[in-house]
Design a protein around this ligand. Structure first.
Ligand SMILES: Cc1cc2nc3c(=O)[nH]c(=O)nc-3n(C[C@H](O)[C@H](O)[C@H](O)COP(=O)(O)O)c2cc1C
Length: 189
């Protein structure tokens, strides 16, 4: 599988279907990874996203201190690892080891990419907003890349997308193929 580097604004398209992501963070040479579903694109120029993280997570502490984090986008075959990283804390275990995930050198930040994932986004925190019981980290995309087999300008929707959505608890869903929609004049009548 070869990987292409993306314009930062194209990195937003990696998040467009709302997939579950693996959030990587690093503080004092200690890497961590947690699962997150609450990630949202915010704007193209500069390319920005937000992620809601509960203050009790080790990830919250690491991102607050380092002001950077990575998003690695996993596939359905990683569902056990996804769930493991969403129920165990880096305070208790090395989740890379227990979930069988391989850290890979990042481009712009300290937090690693996850080698088994098909796309990666590196982010720098611009602002932290206390919203409700989670804090919202507003961040700029610093680097984005994706595997050619799955993404070329956008996710390759003619084939089944192996991206993962979270339903609730330990229930997840895969995505089927995408469908193009055309509006023609007849539709207005
Ligand atoms: C599918 C799934 C999605 C999750 N999404 C979020 C999220 O968006 N924000 C959050 O703060 N926690 C979320 N969690 C919970 C964290 O992943 C979980 O508390 C994790 O153990 C925190 O790890 P840490 O202490 O190593 O940072 C999610 C968990 C699962 C299973």
């Amino acid at each position: 599988m070869s990987r292409q580097s993306l314009e930062n604004s194209r990195g937003l398209r990696l998040l467009e279907p709302g997939p579950v992501v693996l959030v990587t963070s690093m503080y004092r040479s200690h890497p961590n990874v947690m699962t997150a579903a609450w990630v949202t694109p915010l704007g193209f120029d500069p390319a920005m996203i937000s992620i809601a993280i509960h203050p009790g997570r080790l990830t919250h502490e690491f991102i607050s201190k380092s002001e950077t984090f990575g998003l690695s986008i996993p596939t359905l075959d990683l569902s056990k690892a996804i769930h493991h990283c969403g129920v165990a804390s880096g305070n208790d275990v090395d989740k890379f080891e227990v979930a069988g995930l391989t850290p890979e050198d990042p481009e712009e930040i300290d937090a690693p990419k996850i080698q088994e994932c098909i796309a990666h986004i590196e982010c720098g925190v611009i602002q932290r907003v206390t919203a409700a019981d989670h804090d919202l980290f507003i961040a700029q995309i610093l680097n984005a890349s994706a595997d050619d087999d799955y993404f070329r300008d956008s996710w390759l929707a003619e084939q089944e997308l192996p991206l993962v959505s979270h339903i609730a608890g330990n229930f997840y869903a895969g995505m089927t193929r995408g469908y193009g929609v055309t509006l023609d004049e007849d539709d207005d009548e």
